[in-house]
Design a protein around this ligand. Structure first.
Ligand SMILES: *Cc1c(COP(=O)(O)O)cnc(C)c1O
Length: 402
């Protein structure tokens, strides 16, 4: 399979320690080779030498929009609808605020109990801040469709669930929402760079996503947000900072939102981080999402099949959909001792991660993961389970980051 792999050439475009099998690119992507050189250039030429002139001469001011448009190409958004800024959490605040303002007579925000916590926490904080009687209703994922009705202002979902790897039907759910006058806000943290997404084609209203996962932008990389063009003029966002102003360098004492997507910018952009993110995004664009998706599914098919064979009898329970159309780019299993098993894997140079309460999560990233890597990872896992070598007291105490 590796011999026929058209993406195998991309592996050398990443800096990865030799011998390491990295199945955690869904949490923190590795460093592209180009990023290393680009960061040195931005630091030494643009910052150290160019100094403040670089805001103009090196095009720093244009980075949020330029990279936003590039990410837009990865998630099916025409230009002028995606901007790169802040963190995913903050962008949830901005987009949900805007959605509520566009649907002012409805008080219900609908999501699932298994949505990523920050999305839910941010919404809880926003509701408190608004003090207008909004309610966040959380329902089981399987019941979602039956709760989309004319009371709901906005439904917000993580397109690819971070635990199970289940992927929602964006187009179908958006159509159902719109038929009920409900707006949609999609979290693409585990979708951008992982699976094909068609925001425009699905009719999505708002979206947010992460730069440091499948986009390989580096730890704490800036996030992005999407606002469909038809909504841009009609609404603002509450974090109305100076760089989202129509004319920031007029230094007017009254806020006037910039036209288009620019009003979603709050303050000064982290240039070093944006420069790093652009290198990761450029690599994804070079690779092509259709080919990435095909290999991702082949890798996850193989992983699922090998674990079923090699680890039979070890009570690993697959929670990722076997149906390809419902599967994102990770495979997850439940096991009562997942944390210790993952510590055992990491000690054997197979890095995945653990998600509470009992999930073993393996991310599949086609640009630098080979079929042989999957084979070797499962062999290692099988060995650890057979020998119960995970059963050590020091591997049962959870670290700060799991
Ligand atoms: C990783 C992740 C986030 C992260 O939010 P930050 O603000 O970058 O910490 C948000 N939502 C989802 C669904 C995620 O998987």
């Amino acid at each position: 399979m590796d011999v026929e792999d058209q993406l195998s050439g991309f592996r050398d475009r990443f800096i990865l320690p030799k011998g390491l099998i990295y199945l955690d690119g869904n949490s923190l992507g590795p460093m592209p080779v180009s990023t290393n050189a680009r960061l040195a250039q931005v630091a030494n030429e643009e910052w150290a030498t160019g100094l403040i002139r670089s805001w103009n001469s090196a095009g720093w001011m244009d980075l949020p929009e330029r990279i936003g448009n590039k990410i837009g190409r990865l998630v099916g958004a025409g230009s002028g609808q995606v901007i790169c800024c802040d963190s995913t959490s903050i962008n949830v605040f901005k987009t949900i605020s805007a959605a509520l303002a566009l649907n002012p007579h409805r008080k219900l925000i609908l999501s699932t109990v298994d949505n990523f916590p920050t999305d839910l926490y941010i919404i809880q904080g926003l509701i408190q801040q608004l003090g207008a009687g909004h309610e966040l209703r959380l329902v089981p994922a399987d019941d979602l469709a039956s709760h989309i009705n004319e009371q709901v202002a906005v439904v917000t979902l993580t397109h690819c669930n971070y635990q199970s790897g289940r992927m929602y039907d964006m187009e179908g759910l958006t159509a159902l929402a719109h038929a009920n006058g409900v707006l949609t806000m999609w979290d693409l943290a585990h979708s951008a760079g992982a699976v094909p997404v068609d925001l425009d084609g699905s009719g999505a209203d708002f979206a947010v996503g992460c730069g440091y996962k499948f986009l390989n932008g580096g730890p704490g990389a800036p996030a992005f947000l999407y606002v469909a063009e038809r909504h841009q003029a009609g609404v603002g966002q509450p974090l109305s900072g100076w760089l989202g102003h129509a004319q920031p360098f007029e230094f007017s004492s009254t806020y006037k939102p910039a036209p288009g997507i620019h009003r979603y910018i709050t303050g000064t952009a982290p240039i070093l981080s944006l420069a790093a993110l652009e290198c990761g995004v450029d690599l994804m664009l070079e690779a092509d999402m259709t080919r990435i998706r095909a290999k991702s599914l082949a890798l996850s098919d193989l992983l699922i099949a090998l674990v079923a064979q090699r680890c039979a009898g070890h009570s690993l329970q697959l929670i990722t959909p076997e149906n390809r159309g419902d599967r994102s780019s990770q495979v997850s299993f439940r096991h009562p001792d997942s944390y210790a098993i993952m510590q055992g894997l990491i000690a054997s140079d197979v890095i995945g991660d653990f998600r509470a309460p009992d999930i073993l999560r393996l991310g599949l990233t086609p640009l630098y993961t080979s079929f042989m890597d999957v084979w070797n990872a499962v062999a290692t896992l099988g060995g650890i389970l057979d020998a119960r070598s995970w059963d050590r007291p020091e591997w049962k105490t959870r670290k700060k980051v799991t």
